[in-house]
Design a protein around this ligand. Structure first.
Ligand code: DON
Length: 564
């Protein structure tokens, strides 16, 4: 038996025996005891094994996240950052913020050359790399709520990186598309191509340097990443290429435990991510506005429902731009007001059911942003739940693999505003709350979210998609709560996006009838058809049977639910 056939056999075993197929149509995956839903079936299976071995939701989420760093390199990561919202079956919920930080040498003008904004510096260079938070954040969550040994959670990822896994059609396409970018960085090219030739579906991808780094993390915890060999290799790469991150920056990195935002929607409790993500604030704001309408009566996908949703989105995204940044640097952000029912009433009164409002471009158009993040939803047999969203920002982040350490670096510094006073109609933002400063976190849209009803877990949701994330998550909630969809239907249903500026509704193609779109135009909306929006991964608890329903987003390849 060849090594390859053993590896392939192992992967098929994992996928075949543990994953729960999504049936045809919109039947959700179903399990009774526990479930992991992620963008990689292999990574979900790793998490499900952890549940089967007696691990809790947090253990499974961590193991899945490390596995995704191997099998879903476009967004799974150890060189990026993200958020966890955690709801235990009993006790207090918690949020974990492991967003990247700006290094000590960062400054608000670091993306300018001779006073002029340089987009490459901001998004495509060693300067675009923030101090990674993932390893520290996962470890903090594990220390607080985990039950299995840390090493047990990292080891499956070590094995996948060392022994390899079978390249899927989706991964092969994605790596091939990225090849020109990888050519700029020899370590990236070596890791993600066969001597410069693209991987084919069915090939086995081994990442030995990554396996060694993961082993150090398995053995030493965060010290295996933020200190010693890994830190030295990262610093060396930075020093040689004009980057700013030093070993001191790495050592100083601190994940944070935060209070989740807590709102309500039609009797459901909604736990969501507080700033530095804008996701929870904007989500609660939109839910509060929409709560004042009978959406069930206006119906899924009707012009009136879509109009009300778009107007709610417009208002929440305007406030997001105006107010939100790192809370440690902006202590007076009016989060309580923004998420209050009274403020939502005020905003709702400004919505005319017959006519689109106009976004006032007093400030800016939004700049472009990556759409490669990834979300994991996990529920265990006791109904502890985890919503975890993390990212490298762009697909494959900065595309820079740290030589000798085998992991991709984020380009999250691109989520800071461009530079002081640079706000203009061409797409730059220079507003104060989100300018780069040493140790500061950059504003995010990631929206891991958990719903409960009468003290019992109801739904876990989240998605990638840059600024569209918040609206995608919103729609998964409306689809289940207002329109009575099951988890898979809620994920499959077509989506829209409005983000204040540019002032238009993006809608997924084949999603809405031409008649409906015409009615929206009559109200004054500009419309734009887009291919697809987001990759939501959702778990819903069936209120009657207590079983878990998984909704896997088939807009992207390779996703899977796994459980027992
Ligand atoms: O934190 C954020 O909001 C962005 N950096 C996320 C980027 C993203 O979602 C790309 N994903 N699909």
């Amino acid at each position: 038996m060849t090594v390859r056939s053993v590896v392939v056999g192992f992967a098929l075993l994992l996928v075949g025996f543990l994953t729960v197929p999504v049936q045809t149509g919109s039947t959700p995956a179903r399990t009774r005891h526990g479930m992991v839903v992620s963008q990689s079936a292999v990574a979900s299976a790793v998490g499900a094994e952890v549940l089967r071995d007696g691990g809790r939701a947090i253990d499974a989420a961590i193991a899945t996240a490390f596995a995704l760093a191997v099998t879903h390199p476009t967004a799974g990561n150890i060189g990026g950052g993200g958020f966890i919202v955690y709801r235990p079956a009993a006790g207090d919920p918690a949020a974990y913020d492991f967003r990247e930080t700006a290094p000590a040498k960062a400054s608000p003008t670091m993306f300018l050359v001779d006073g002029k904004y340089d987009s490459d510096r901001h998004h495509n260079s060693h300067l675009s790399v923030g101090v990674p938070g993932t390893v520290a954040g996962l470890h903090l969550a594990w220390k607080s709520h985990g039950t299995l040994p840390w090493k047990r959670l990292v080891d499956p990822a070590v094995a996948l990186a060392r022994d390899g896994f079978v390249v899927t059609d989706g991964l092969a396409r994605s790596l091939a598309a990225m090849l020109p970018d990888f050519r700029r960085y020899p370590a990236s090219l070596a890791q993600f191509s066969k001597n410069g030739e693209p991987y084919e579906p069915g090939d086995v991808l081994r990442q030995p340097d990554l396996a060694r780094t993961l082993s150090r993390i398995a053995d030493l915890g965060p010290a295996g990443f933020y200190e010693g060999e890994t830190a030295e290799l990262l610093e060396k790469e930075m020093l040689a290429n004009g980057g700013l991150i030093t070993r001191e920056d790495l050592k100083a990195y601190q994940p944070k435990r935060r209070e989740p935002l807590h709102g309500t929607y039609r009797g459901y409790d909604v736990l969501a991510m507080p700033p530095i993500s804008s996701g929870g604030t904007a989500l609660l704001q939109m839910l509060n506005i929409l709560e004042g309408y009978d959406l069930r009566a206006s119906g899924f996908g009707s012009a009136l429902t879509l109009h009300r949703m778009a107007e709610s989105m417009r208002r929440a995204y305007a406030d997001r731009a105006r107010y939100l940044g790192d809370p440690d640097f902006n202590p007076t952000m009016p989060i309580a007001r923004l998420t209050s029912k009274a403020y939502a009433d005020e905003l709702r009164r400004s919505i005319d059911d017959e006519k689109a409002s106009a976004s006032q471009p007093t400030s800016f158009e939004w700049p472009s942003e990556g759409v490669e993040t990834t979300h994991v939803s996990v529920v265990d047999k006791d109904r502890n739940a985890v919503a975890l969203t993390y990212t490298l920002e762009y697909g494959y982040g900065s595309r820079i693999v740290v030589p000798g350490a085998g992991f991709l670096l984020n380009n999250e510094m691109g989520d800071f505003n461009a530079g002081p006073g640079l706000t203009n109609a061409d797409g730059l933002i220079g507003t104060e709350p989100n300018l780069a400063q040493p140790g500061k976190r950059m504003l995010s849209s990631m929206t891991p979210t958990i719903l409960a009803r009468d003290g019992k877990l109801f739904m876990v949701t989240g998605s990638p998609g840059g600024r569209t994330i918040i609206n995608t998550v919103l729609q998964t909630v409306l689809n289940v709560v207002d329109f009575g969809m099951n988890a898979q239907e809620a994920v499959d249903a077509p989506r829209i996006h409005h983000q204040w500026l540019p002032d238009r509704i993006n809608h997924e193609r084949f999603g809405f009838s031409p008649d409906t779109l015409a009615l929206l135009r009559t109200r004054g909306h500009e419309l734009r058809e887009i291919g697809s929006q987001g990759v939501a991964e959702v778990i819903v608890v069936d209120a009657k049977t207590g079983a878990l329903e998984g909704g896997i987003d088939r807009r992207a390849p390779d996703g899977g639910a796994a459980g027992h």
